[in-house]
Design a protein around this ligand. Structure first.
Ligand SMILES: [Zn+2]
Length: 109
């Protein structure tokens, strides 16, 4: 599961011409059964020998994400309101990569 995240990190790093990724800020669905330690552990294994080796992993838990078919975008619904904030369509809960995404990466050039 973390493999596709690493791909994204490497993509970001390449685009920003980074020599090193110093931190990866992850957003993880609060329903995800993966604990922080398990996530960090699998990232450490994956990033060994890559531009992201030794990066600090910051994990922020987030409520479930929804996908809006009208805007074709993801959003996190407000409590007790599942509508898309842009167009008010009621979207679908997404199930992408165990509800995990990269919020941002910090790099060194
Ligand atoms: Zn929308």
């Amino acid at each position: 599961m973390a493999a596709f995240l690493l791909e994204r990190v490497e993509h970001h790093a390449g685009r920003l011409e980074a020599s090193k990724v110093t931190a990866i800020n992850l957003l993880v669905g609060e329903r995800s059964c993966l604990g922080d330690d398990a996530l960090r552990f699998s990232f450490d294994l994956l990033t060994a020998g890559t531009v992201a080796e030794g990066a600090r992993i910051t994990i922020r838990r987030t409520p479930m994400r929804f996908h809006c078919p009208t805007c074709d975008g993801a959003y996190v619904p407000a409590e007790a309101d599942f509508a898309c904030p842009s167009c008010l369509t009621i979207g679908q809960v997404t199930d992408d990569g165990g509800e995990m995404l990269i919020e941002s990466v910090e790099i060194e050039r």
